[in-house]
Design a protein around this ligand. Structure first.
Ligand SMILES: [Zn+2]
Length: 296
């Protein structure tokens, strides 16, 4: 999944950097607002959550992943400047932006690129669950024994490295514009903060949003102890990919969902230092217990 500062790959020009700073400011404010709403409208209650320790772990993971992400961008941006590439969407840059027709066409192009990028993230996320090598790193995100807005910041630096490399290749092949990349990155990060947050939406808002966007209830299944649910609801921004590709599971009552991975109880994770948690990809992957393959 995406990271707050993992940003668009094209951040080398000054105006883009200014826009990026504005986006980061917006996302920090959003993060704080969601954290505040969690205290008033909680979806789940868990006395064993041990928030202080989780927040510390998630904050350190975020800093480590951001360092890797920034380093990767520094290296990859130098490469972008070297390569004269012609991806699928590059033809949009040749359009004269002064005519109303071209402006509409450009925005339509950005919309399509955002959809394509979201589909790409859906596929990447699904691969993270189905390919053992990727799961080793992605498991770190799922090991969080409770889910709130800070879970959106918790990714293994190894996953960020792999994801940035593959995303770079995808951006090159598709010729994604810097505007589309920036808009997508802002939307996907805002969505990740929102759908990881522990916020209970009213029934009417939930039924209005859920067919189109990933909501906290839709995503809580994805962090469930039951494998059938963990391997479902992969969407990042749009929830309909899960319907189209048959990976949606019915939203469970919040009280019946245990968050995390059953091989690592909340107590076990709480007793692990951040260093030990970072090392989990290099240890033997434990078999998912039969009792938690699917709900009876
Ligand atoms: Zn996942």
């Amino acid at each position: 999944m995406p990271l707050l500062l993992s940003g668009a790959l094209h951040t080398h020009c000054r105006e883009t950097q200014e826009v990026t700073h504005l986006n980061v400011f917006f996302l920090i404010v959003l993060c704080l607002v969601l954290a505040l709403l969690e205290t008033r409208f909680a979806l789940r209650f868990d006395a064993a959550a041990n928030r202080r320790q989780r927040w510390k772990t998630n904050a350190i993971a975020f800093v480590l992943a951001s360092l890797v992400s920034s380093l990767m961008q520094y290296v990859l941006i130098a490469k972008i400047e070297e390569i004269e590439f012609k991806g699928l969407f590059r033809f949009l840059e040749g359009l004269d932006q002064d005519t109303a027709y071209s402006t509409t066409f450009i925005w339509l192009g950005i919309g399509i690129q955002v959809l394509v990028l979201d589909l790409y993230l859906y596929v990447w996320h699904r691969l993270n669950h189905k390919v053992t090598f990727f799961w080793r790193f992605h498991q770190f995100h799922h090991l969080d024994p409770y889910m709130d807005v800070t879970t959106a910041l918790r990714f293994h630096p190894g996953e960020i490295l792999l994801s940035q490399l593959l995303k770079f290749g995808f951006f090159l092949c598709m010729g994604i514009s810097k505007e589309a990349a920036l808009i997508f990155q802002t939307l996907v990060t805002a969505s990740a903060l929102f759908h990881h947050s522990n916020i209970r939406l009213s029934t009417s808002i939930e039924s209005f949003l859920a067919p189109l966007l990933v909501t906290p209830r839709h995503h809580q299944n994805h962090h469930s102890w039951f494998l059938e649910e963990t391997d479902s609801n992969y969407g990042a921004i749009f929830s309909f990919w899960d319907i189209i590709f048959n990976s949606k599971t019915f939203c469970q009552a919040p009280s019946s969902v245990t968050i995390g991975v059953p091989t690592h109880s909340a107590q076990t994770v709480n007793s692990m230092s951040i260093f030990r948690q970072i090392l989990t990809p290099f240890q033997r992957i434990k078999r998912w217990p039969n009792a938690f393959l699917q709900r009876k």
